[in-house]
Write a protein that binds this ligand. Structure first.
Ligand SMILES: [Zn+2]
Length: 154
């Protein structure tokens, strides 16, 4: 869809240049050339604005605009195994792929990979996140994760 829009835009710009060239030939209106150049600049800026925005977000490791972090937080807290979460980060690894890291505090440590498989599957289907890294921490014992800013003793 975006590719066909770009092709149509390119064709429209080319057609505009040809029509302006013919108009200049017959009328002698030389001012048409710089005016058309400014119109083309405006068309290119408008049609590539989304790409510029995505590129800046990507370079800043910002949360991608199509990702709702509070929904992801709600999802993790809705899992029966999970008591708390921290260190949740979502960022774009390309303009089309997102990654996630999270630490999950669980009362009972999983003895198999069922929870991780469910999370990977849900990240893919619910949030279009293909690369997830999950650290599972136990509520028992004295371990306090340094990234758990609510509890860490720094
Ligand atoms: Zn942690």
């Amino acid at each position: 869809m975006a590719d066909s829009l770009a092709l149509i835009t390119d064709a429209g710009v080319s057609l505009g240049v040809v029509i302006a060239g013919i108009a200049i030939m017959f009328t002698g209106w030389l001012w048409l050339d710089p005016v058309l150049s400014l119109v083309i600049v405006a068309v290119i800026l408008v049609s590539t604005w989304g790409l510029h925005k995505d590129s800046v977000n990507l370079s800043m490791d910002a949360v991608p605009s199509d990702v709702n972090v509070s929904e992801i937080k709600k999802y993790f807290l809705s899992l029966t195994e999970v008591r708390e979460i921290h260190a949740l980060h979502v960022w774009a690894i390309s303009t089309t792929e997102n990654a996630l890291t999270v630490h999950l505090l669980c009362e009972t440590m999983p003895t198999n990979n069922d929870l991780l498989e469910k999370i990977e599957d849900d990240m893919h289907h619910l949030f279009s996140i293909e690369h997830s890294t999950v650290q599972i921490e136990s509520t028992s014992g004295n371990y306090v994760c340094i990234l758990n800013h609510d509890k860490a003793k720094i």
